[in-house]
Design a binder for this molecule. Structure first.
Ligand code: ARG
Length: 459
Protein backbone atom coordinates (compact mmCIF):
# COMPACT_ATOMS: atom_id res chain seq x y z
CA UNK A 1 0.00 0.00 0.00
CA UNK A 2 1.21 3.52 -0.73
CA UNK A 3 2.45 5.87 1.98
CA UNK A 4 0.10 8.45 3.45
CA UNK A 5 2.86 10.99 2.67
CA UNK A 6 3.87 9.42 -0.67
CA UNK A 7 2.88 12.26 -3.07
CA UNK A 8 6.25 13.97 -3.18
CA UNK A 9 8.22 10.78 -3.69
CA UNK A 10 9.10 9.05 -6.97
CA UNK A 11 10.73 5.99 -5.41
CA UNK A 12 9.69 3.44 -2.83
CA UNK A 13 11.33 3.65 0.61
CA UNK A 14 14.27 1.32 1.06
CA UNK A 15 13.13 -1.68 3.08
CA UNK A 16 15.91 -1.22 5.65
CA UNK A 17 14.97 2.44 6.07
CA UNK A 18 11.37 1.43 6.70
CA UNK A 19 12.47 -1.01 9.36
CA UNK A 20 14.93 1.47 10.88
CA UNK A 21 12.59 4.45 11.11
CA UNK A 22 9.42 2.62 12.12
CA UNK A 23 8.18 3.04 15.67
CA UNK A 24 5.04 0.93 15.29
CA UNK A 25 6.50 -2.09 17.06
CA UNK A 26 6.71 -0.12 20.29
CA UNK A 27 4.36 2.85 19.92
CA UNK A 28 1.44 0.48 19.28
CA UNK A 29 1.15 0.69 23.07
CA UNK A 30 -0.39 4.14 22.52
CA UNK A 31 -3.37 3.05 20.44
CA UNK A 32 -6.03 3.81 23.05
CA UNK A 33 -4.66 7.32 23.59
CA UNK A 34 -4.19 7.91 19.87
CA UNK A 35 -7.81 7.12 19.11
CA UNK A 36 -9.08 9.02 22.14
CA UNK A 37 -7.19 12.10 20.90
CA UNK A 38 -8.49 11.65 17.34
CA UNK A 39 -12.10 11.46 18.50
CA UNK A 40 -11.71 14.70 20.46
CA UNK A 41 -9.99 16.35 17.48
CA UNK A 42 -12.61 15.36 14.91
CA UNK A 43 -15.46 16.31 17.26
CA UNK A 44 -13.91 19.77 17.47
CA UNK A 45 -13.55 19.93 13.66
CA UNK A 46 -17.30 19.32 13.45
CA UNK A 47 -18.19 21.86 16.11
CA UNK A 48 -16.10 24.49 14.33
CA UNK A 49 -17.79 23.77 10.99
CA UNK A 50 -14.46 22.65 9.52
CA UNK A 51 -15.95 19.22 8.72
CA UNK A 52 -19.64 18.44 8.06
CA UNK A 53 -21.46 16.63 10.86
CA UNK A 54 -22.03 13.45 8.85
CA UNK A 55 -18.30 13.10 8.09
CA UNK A 56 -17.55 13.52 11.78
CA UNK A 57 -20.07 10.78 12.62
CA UNK A 58 -18.61 8.47 9.97
CA UNK A 59 -15.07 9.06 11.22
CA UNK A 60 -15.98 8.53 14.87
CA UNK A 61 -17.82 5.32 13.94
CA UNK A 62 -14.80 4.11 11.97
CA UNK A 63 -12.36 4.99 14.79
CA UNK A 64 -14.53 2.99 17.19
CA UNK A 65 -14.29 -0.06 14.94
CA UNK A 66 -10.51 0.34 14.52
CA UNK A 67 -10.23 0.54 18.31
CA UNK A 68 -12.21 -2.68 18.70
CA UNK A 69 -10.00 -4.42 16.15
CA UNK A 70 -6.90 -3.25 18.00
CA UNK A 71 -8.29 -4.38 21.34
CA UNK A 72 -9.09 -7.79 19.91
CA UNK A 73 -5.52 -8.01 18.60
CA UNK A 74 -6.74 -8.24 15.01
CA UNK A 75 -4.52 -5.51 13.61
CA UNK A 76 -1.32 -6.68 12.01
CA UNK A 77 1.49 -4.20 12.61
CA UNK A 78 3.76 -3.46 9.66
CA UNK A 79 6.94 -1.41 9.38
CA UNK A 80 5.55 0.05 6.15
CA UNK A 81 2.87 1.78 8.23
CA UNK A 82 5.58 3.45 10.30
CA UNK A 83 3.82 4.29 13.53
CA UNK A 84 0.58 4.01 15.46
CA UNK A 85 -0.80 7.24 13.97
CA UNK A 86 -0.38 6.02 10.38
CA UNK A 87 -1.62 2.55 11.27
CA UNK A 88 -4.84 3.89 12.76
CA UNK A 89 -5.39 6.22 9.81
CA UNK A 90 -4.77 3.47 7.26
CA UNK A 91 -7.23 1.18 9.00
CA UNK A 92 -9.74 4.01 9.27
CA UNK A 93 -9.55 4.70 5.53
CA UNK A 94 -9.82 0.98 4.79
CA UNK A 95 -12.98 0.91 6.94
CA UNK A 96 -14.84 4.08 5.85
CA UNK A 97 -13.16 5.04 2.59
CA UNK A 98 -11.59 8.37 1.53
CA UNK A 99 -13.58 10.40 4.08
CA UNK A 100 -11.19 8.91 6.66
CA UNK A 101 -8.53 11.11 5.09
CA UNK A 102 -10.30 14.16 6.56
CA UNK A 103 -9.36 13.22 10.13
CA UNK A 104 -5.88 14.69 9.87
CA UNK A 105 -7.21 18.17 8.93
CA UNK A 106 -5.49 20.89 10.97
CA UNK A 107 -3.24 18.41 12.73
CA UNK A 108 0.28 17.00 12.44
CA UNK A 109 1.75 13.83 13.81
CA UNK A 110 4.01 16.11 15.82
CA UNK A 111 1.24 17.53 17.99
CA UNK A 112 -0.60 14.20 17.79
CA UNK A 113 2.24 12.11 19.23
CA UNK A 114 2.90 14.66 21.96
CA UNK A 115 -0.79 14.50 22.88
CA UNK A 116 -0.70 10.71 23.00
CA UNK A 117 2.28 10.83 25.35
CA UNK A 118 0.55 13.30 27.66
CA UNK A 119 -2.60 11.15 27.76
CA UNK A 120 -0.55 8.04 28.43
CA UNK A 121 1.60 9.46 31.22
CA UNK A 122 -1.33 11.19 32.89
CA UNK A 123 -2.76 7.74 33.60
CA UNK A 124 0.57 6.26 34.63
CA UNK A 125 1.35 9.02 37.13
CA UNK A 126 -1.96 8.40 38.90
CA UNK A 127 -1.37 4.65 38.78
CA UNK A 128 2.10 4.99 40.31
CA UNK A 129 0.80 7.21 43.11
CA UNK A 130 -1.81 4.55 43.90
CA UNK A 131 0.78 1.77 43.86
CA UNK A 132 3.01 3.82 46.16
CA UNK A 133 0.05 4.20 48.52
CA UNK A 134 -0.39 0.42 48.66
CA UNK A 135 3.30 -0.05 49.42
CA UNK A 136 3.13 2.59 52.15
CA UNK A 137 0.12 0.81 53.64
CA UNK A 138 2.00 -2.48 53.78
CA UNK A 139 4.95 -0.78 55.47
CA UNK A 140 2.70 1.01 57.95
CA UNK A 141 0.95 -2.26 58.86
CA UNK A 142 4.32 -3.88 59.59
CA UNK A 143 5.41 -0.77 61.50
CA UNK A 144 2.27 -0.96 63.64
CA UNK A 145 2.96 -4.58 64.51
CA UNK A 146 6.59 -3.77 65.34
CA UNK A 147 6.59 -0.54 67.31
CA UNK A 148 8.16 -2.38 70.25
CA UNK A 149 10.43 -4.64 68.21
CA UNK A 150 13.96 -3.51 68.96
CA UNK A 151 16.88 -4.01 66.60
CA UNK A 152 20.27 -2.38 66.23
CA UNK A 153 20.21 0.78 64.16
CA UNK A 154 23.29 1.10 61.97
CA UNK A 155 25.62 3.75 60.65
CA UNK A 156 28.48 2.64 58.38
CA UNK A 157 26.71 -0.74 58.69
CA UNK A 158 28.17 -0.89 62.21
CA UNK A 159 25.80 -1.11 65.14
CA UNK A 160 25.04 2.40 66.32
CA UNK A 161 22.00 2.74 68.61
CA UNK A 162 19.02 0.47 69.21
CA UNK A 163 15.83 1.52 67.45
CA UNK A 164 12.24 0.46 66.98
CA UNK A 165 11.79 -1.65 63.84
CA UNK A 166 8.56 0.26 63.25
CA UNK A 167 10.58 3.47 63.23
CA UNK A 168 12.98 2.00 60.66
CA UNK A 169 10.10 1.03 58.37
CA UNK A 170 8.52 4.45 58.69
CA UNK A 171 11.64 5.98 57.18
CA UNK A 172 10.69 4.22 53.94
CA UNK A 173 7.09 5.36 54.28
CA UNK A 174 8.45 8.92 54.31
CA UNK A 175 10.61 8.33 51.22
CA UNK A 176 7.73 6.83 49.26
CA UNK A 177 5.54 9.70 50.41
CA UNK A 178 7.98 12.17 48.84
CA UNK A 179 8.01 10.07 45.68
CA UNK A 180 4.24 10.32 45.46
CA UNK A 181 4.44 14.07 46.07
CA UNK A 182 7.01 14.47 43.31
CA UNK A 183 4.84 12.54 40.88
CA UNK A 184 1.79 14.60 41.78
CA UNK A 185 3.78 17.76 41.23
CA UNK A 186 4.88 16.54 37.81
CA UNK A 187 1.22 15.86 37.05
CA UNK A 188 0.69 19.61 36.62
CA UNK A 189 2.96 19.52 33.60
CA UNK A 190 1.62 16.26 32.20
CA UNK A 191 -1.85 17.71 32.39
CA UNK A 192 -1.34 20.03 29.37
CA UNK A 193 -2.57 19.72 25.79
CA UNK A 194 -0.14 20.18 22.87
CA UNK A 195 -2.72 19.43 20.14
CA UNK A 196 -3.44 22.39 17.89
CA UNK A 197 0.25 23.27 17.58
CA UNK A 198 0.25 21.59 14.17
CA UNK A 199 3.65 20.62 12.83
CA UNK A 200 5.25 23.54 14.68
CA UNK A 201 3.58 26.86 13.93
CA UNK A 202 -0.15 26.37 14.53
CA UNK A 203 -2.73 25.78 11.82
CA UNK A 204 -4.65 27.82 9.25
CA UNK A 205 -7.93 26.16 10.29
CA UNK A 206 -10.12 27.90 12.89
CA UNK A 207 -9.71 25.16 15.47
CA UNK A 208 -10.68 25.42 19.13
CA UNK A 209 -7.83 24.07 21.24
CA UNK A 210 -9.53 24.78 24.54
CA UNK A 211 -12.55 22.71 23.51
CA UNK A 212 -10.26 19.75 22.72
CA UNK A 213 -8.50 20.22 26.07
CA UNK A 214 -11.82 20.18 27.87
CA UNK A 215 -12.94 17.01 26.09
CA UNK A 216 -9.72 15.22 26.94
CA UNK A 217 -9.81 16.52 30.50
CA UNK A 218 -6.64 18.63 30.27
CA UNK A 219 -6.47 21.64 32.59
CA UNK A 220 -4.55 23.81 30.15
CA UNK A 221 -3.13 24.03 26.64
CA UNK A 222 0.48 24.77 25.71
CA UNK A 223 0.99 28.50 25.14
CA UNK A 224 3.58 28.23 22.43
CA UNK A 225 3.20 25.94 19.41
CA UNK A 226 6.95 25.35 19.04
CA UNK A 227 7.26 24.43 22.70
CA UNK A 228 4.17 22.20 22.48
CA UNK A 229 5.74 19.87 19.89
CA UNK A 230 9.30 20.06 21.24
CA UNK A 231 8.67 19.60 24.94
CA UNK A 232 9.51 16.28 26.52
CA UNK A 233 10.22 17.72 29.99
CA UNK A 234 7.18 15.95 31.36
CA UNK A 235 8.66 12.59 30.38
CA UNK A 236 12.04 13.51 31.86
CA UNK A 237 10.28 14.49 35.08
CA UNK A 238 8.46 11.17 35.15
CA UNK A 239 11.70 9.24 34.56
CA UNK A 240 13.44 11.31 37.20
CA UNK A 241 10.73 10.69 39.80
CA UNK A 242 10.82 7.00 38.84
CA UNK A 243 14.61 6.92 39.25
CA UNK A 244 14.48 8.35 42.73
CA UNK A 245 11.67 5.97 43.60
CA UNK A 246 13.89 3.10 42.44
CA UNK A 247 16.73 4.48 44.58
CA UNK A 248 14.45 4.14 47.58
CA UNK A 249 13.18 0.71 46.61
CA UNK A 250 16.72 -0.52 46.01
CA UNK A 251 17.79 0.63 49.47
CA UNK A 252 14.89 -1.21 51.04
CA UNK A 253 15.64 -4.28 48.91
CA UNK A 254 19.28 -4.22 49.92
CA UNK A 255 18.17 -4.27 53.56
CA UNK A 256 15.75 -7.14 52.87
CA UNK A 257 18.58 -9.12 51.28
CA UNK A 258 20.83 -8.46 54.28
CA UNK A 259 18.13 -9.06 56.86
CA UNK A 260 17.08 -12.37 55.31
CA UNK A 261 20.65 -13.73 55.31
CA UNK A 262 21.56 -16.34 57.92
CA UNK A 263 24.04 -13.88 59.43
CA UNK A 264 21.32 -11.34 60.22
CA UNK A 265 18.21 -13.55 60.24
CA UNK A 266 16.09 -10.52 61.09
CA UNK A 267 13.30 -11.33 58.64
CA UNK A 268 12.04 -14.28 56.69
CA UNK A 269 10.55 -13.49 53.30
CA UNK A 270 7.51 -15.51 52.34
CA UNK A 271 8.18 -18.57 50.15
CA UNK A 272 5.91 -17.07 47.49
CA UNK A 273 8.39 -14.23 47.02
CA UNK A 274 11.59 -16.29 46.91
CA UNK A 275 13.08 -18.84 44.56
CA UNK A 276 15.37 -21.84 44.93
CA UNK A 277 18.64 -23.04 43.50
CA UNK A 278 18.95 -25.67 40.78
CA UNK A 279 21.92 -27.25 42.55
CA UNK A 280 21.87 -26.32 46.26
CA UNK A 281 18.77 -27.84 47.84
CA UNK A 282 18.94 -25.71 50.98
CA UNK A 283 18.74 -22.37 49.16
CA UNK A 284 15.94 -19.87 49.41
CA UNK A 285 16.98 -16.77 47.51
CA UNK A 286 15.50 -13.27 47.82
CA UNK A 287 15.38 -12.89 44.00
CA UNK A 288 12.61 -10.32 43.89
CA UNK A 289 14.47 -7.96 46.20
CA UNK A 290 17.69 -8.52 44.25
CA UNK A 291 16.01 -7.92 40.92
CA UNK A 292 14.31 -4.72 42.06
CA UNK A 293 17.75 -3.56 43.19
CA UNK A 294 19.17 -4.58 39.81
CA UNK A 295 16.43 -3.02 37.69
CA UNK A 296 17.24 0.34 39.23
CA UNK A 297 20.12 0.49 36.76
CA UNK A 298 17.95 0.38 33.67
CA UNK A 299 15.58 2.98 35.07
CA UNK A 300 18.49 5.40 35.62
CA UNK A 301 19.66 4.48 32.11
CA UNK A 302 16.28 5.45 30.67
CA UNK A 303 16.47 8.85 32.37
CA UNK A 304 20.00 9.58 31.21
CA UNK A 305 19.14 8.22 27.76
CA UNK A 306 16.30 10.66 27.23
CA UNK A 307 18.18 13.63 28.67
CA UNK A 308 20.97 12.84 26.21
CA UNK A 309 18.56 12.55 23.27
CA UNK A 310 17.09 15.96 24.07
CA UNK A 311 20.37 17.72 24.69
CA UNK A 312 21.17 20.23 21.92
CA UNK A 313 18.15 19.35 19.78
CA UNK A 314 17.17 22.34 17.69
CA UNK A 315 13.50 23.36 17.67
CA UNK A 316 11.04 22.04 16.84
CA UNK A 317 10.26 18.34 16.24
CA UNK A 318 13.17 16.08 15.29
CA UNK A 319 12.96 12.39 14.58
CA UNK A 320 15.38 11.87 17.48
CA UNK A 321 12.39 12.48 19.71
CA UNK A 322 10.85 9.17 18.69
CA UNK A 323 13.50 7.77 21.05
CA UNK A 324 11.44 9.09 24.00
CA UNK A 325 9.16 6.07 23.99
CA UNK A 326 10.94 2.80 24.65
CA UNK A 327 12.67 4.05 27.81
CA UNK A 328 9.38 5.40 29.08
CA UNK A 329 7.48 2.16 28.40
CA UNK A 330 10.32 0.18 29.92
CA UNK A 331 10.23 2.36 33.04
CA UNK A 332 6.46 2.04 33.36
CA UNK A 333 6.74 -1.73 33.03
CA UNK A 334 9.62 -2.33 35.42
CA UNK A 335 8.86 0.26 38.09
CA UNK A 336 5.19 -0.73 38.01
CA UNK A 337 6.21 -4.38 38.31
CA UNK A 338 8.49 -3.65 41.26
CA UNK A 339 5.82 -1.64 43.07
CA UNK A 340 3.24 -4.38 42.54
CA UNK A 341 5.56 -6.98 44.09
CA UNK A 342 7.02 -4.94 46.92
CA UNK A 343 3.72 -4.34 48.73
CA UNK A 344 2.75 -8.02 49.15
CA UNK A 345 6.37 -9.00 49.83
CA UNK A 346 6.49 -6.55 52.74
CA UNK A 347 3.02 -7.52 53.93
CA UNK A 348 3.89 -11.24 54.10
CA UNK A 349 7.39 -10.82 55.56
CA UNK A 350 7.92 -12.57 58.93
CA UNK A 351 9.73 -10.37 61.41
CA UNK A 352 12.03 -12.29 63.75
CA UNK A 353 11.85 -10.02 66.75
CA UNK A 354 13.89 -12.51 68.86
CA UNK A 355 16.82 -12.35 66.44
CA UNK A 356 16.71 -8.56 66.32
CA UNK A 357 16.54 -8.30 70.10
CA UNK A 358 19.29 -10.92 70.47
CA UNK A 359 21.59 -8.77 68.35
CA UNK A 360 21.00 -5.76 70.57
CA UNK A 361 21.64 -7.75 73.75
CA UNK A 362 25.20 -8.57 72.77
CA UNK A 363 26.32 -5.22 71.41
CA UNK A 364 27.46 -1.77 72.53
CA UNK A 365 24.68 0.21 70.92
CA UNK A 366 23.79 1.55 74.39
CA UNK A 367 27.21 3.21 74.81
CA UNK A 368 25.95 6.69 73.88
CA UNK A 369 23.50 6.45 76.74
CA UNK A 370 26.13 5.94 79.43
CA UNK A 371 28.01 8.91 78.03
CA UNK A 372 24.77 10.91 78.31
CA UNK A 373 24.38 9.50 81.87
CA UNK A 374 27.72 11.01 82.90
CA UNK A 375 26.82 14.29 81.19
CA UNK A 376 23.70 14.41 83.34
CA UNK A 377 26.03 14.08 86.36
CA UNK A 378 27.89 17.19 85.24
CA UNK A 379 30.79 15.70 83.23
CA UNK A 380 31.47 17.50 79.90
CA UNK A 381 30.34 15.38 76.93
CA UNK A 382 33.83 15.13 75.38
CA UNK A 383 35.28 13.80 78.63
CA UNK A 384 32.36 11.38 79.08
CA UNK A 385 32.92 10.14 75.50
CA UNK A 386 36.57 9.41 76.32
CA UNK A 387 35.71 7.56 79.56
CA UNK A 388 33.08 5.38 77.86
CA UNK A 389 35.44 4.67 74.97
CA UNK A 390 37.92 3.21 77.45
CA UNK A 391 35.14 1.35 79.23
CA UNK A 392 33.94 -0.23 75.96
CA UNK A 393 37.51 -1.26 75.11
CA UNK A 394 37.82 -2.84 78.55
CA UNK A 395 34.61 -4.85 77.97
CA UNK A 396 35.69 -5.94 74.48
CA UNK A 397 38.98 -7.19 75.88
CA UNK A 398 37.14 -9.19 78.52
CA UNK A 399 34.47 -10.45 76.12
CA UNK A 400 31.55 -8.93 78.05
CA UNK A 401 28.90 -6.29 77.36
CA UNK A 402 28.16 -3.13 79.35
CA UNK A 403 25.34 -4.70 81.38
CA UNK A 404 27.74 -7.37 82.65
CA UNK A 405 30.21 -4.99 84.26
CA UNK A 406 29.97 -4.66 88.07
CA UNK A 407 29.21 -1.34 89.76
CA UNK A 408 32.64 -1.42 91.45
CA UNK A 409 34.29 -1.62 88.05
CA UNK A 410 32.09 1.20 86.75
CA UNK A 411 33.20 3.34 89.64
CA UNK A 412 36.85 2.81 88.74
CA UNK A 413 36.10 4.57 85.43
CA UNK A 414 34.03 7.36 87.03
CA UNK A 415 32.90 7.69 90.68
CA UNK A 416 29.64 9.27 89.43
CA UNK A 417 28.25 5.85 88.42
CA UNK A 418 25.35 4.59 90.60
CA UNK A 419 23.17 1.48 90.59
CA UNK A 420 20.63 3.10 88.24
CA UNK A 421 23.13 2.68 85.36
CA UNK A 422 21.72 -0.81 84.77
CA UNK A 423 18.24 0.62 84.04
CA UNK A 424 19.66 3.24 81.73
CA UNK A 425 21.44 0.54 79.73
CA UNK A 426 18.33 -1.58 79.05
CA UNK A 427 17.54 -1.46 75.29
CA UNK A 428 13.90 -0.44 75.99
CA UNK A 429 15.18 2.43 78.08
CA UNK A 430 17.70 3.44 75.42
CA UNK A 431 15.04 3.45 72.69
CA UNK A 432 12.46 5.27 74.79
CA UNK A 433 14.97 7.88 75.90
CA UNK A 434 14.86 9.27 72.34
CA UNK A 435 11.50 10.89 72.79
CA UNK A 436 12.23 13.88 70.59
CA UNK A 437 9.72 14.61 67.80
CA UNK A 438 10.58 12.21 64.98
CA UNK A 439 12.66 10.01 67.30
CA UNK A 440 12.49 6.28 67.94
CA UNK A 441 10.75 6.26 71.38
CA UNK A 442 7.66 4.02 71.21
CA UNK A 443 5.14 6.85 71.83
CA UNK A 444 6.82 8.91 69.09
CA UNK A 445 6.63 5.98 66.68
CA UNK A 446 2.93 5.56 67.45
CA UNK A 447 2.34 9.23 66.74
CA UNK A 448 4.34 8.95 63.52
CA UNK A 449 2.17 6.03 62.43
CA UNK A 450 -0.95 8.09 63.06
CA UNK A 451 0.50 10.97 61.00
CA UNK A 452 1.49 8.63 58.17
CA UNK A 453 -2.00 7.11 58.10
CA UNK A 454 -3.62 10.51 58.09
CA UNK A 455 -1.49 11.81 55.25
CA UNK A 456 -2.09 8.65 53.23
CA UNK A 457 -5.85 8.99 53.74
CA UNK A 458 -5.63 12.60 52.54
CA UNK A 459 -4.07 11.73 49.15
N1 ARG B 1 6.56 8.18 15.29
C1 ARG B 1 6.85 9.57 15.48
C2 ARG B 1 7.39 9.79 16.89
O1 ARG B 1 7.17 8.96 17.69
C3 ARG B 1 5.60 10.38 15.30
C4 ARG B 1 5.87 11.79 14.87
C5 ARG B 1 6.42 11.77 13.50
N2 ARG B 1 6.51 13.07 12.93
C6 ARG B 1 7.22 13.26 11.83
N3 ARG B 1 7.25 14.47 11.38
N4 ARG B 1 7.88 12.32 11.23
O2 ARG B 1 8.03 10.76 17.19
Amino acid sequence: MSKLWGGRFTKATDALVEEYTASIFFDKELYEEDIQGSIAHVTMLGKQGILPAEDVQTIIGGLGRVLEKLRRGEVEFKASEEDIHMTVEKHLIADIGPVGGKLHTGRSRNDQVATDMHLYLRKRVVEFVELLGALQEALIAQAKANVETILPGYTHLQRAQPISFGHHLLAYVAMFGRDAERLMDSYKRVDMLPLGAGALAGTTFPIDRHFVAEQLGFSRVYDNSLDAVSDRDFIVEFLSAASLLMTHMSRLCEELVLWSSTEFGFVELDDAFCTGSSIMPQKKNPDVAELVRGKTGRVYGNLVGLLTVLKSLPLAYNKDMQEDKEGMFDTVKHVGGALRLMAPMIATMQVRADRMRGAVDRDFSNATDIADYLVNKGIPFRQAHEIIGKLVLHCIERGIVLLELSLEEYKTFAPEFEGDIYDVLQPEHVVNARAVYGGTAFPQVREAIARAEASLAAT
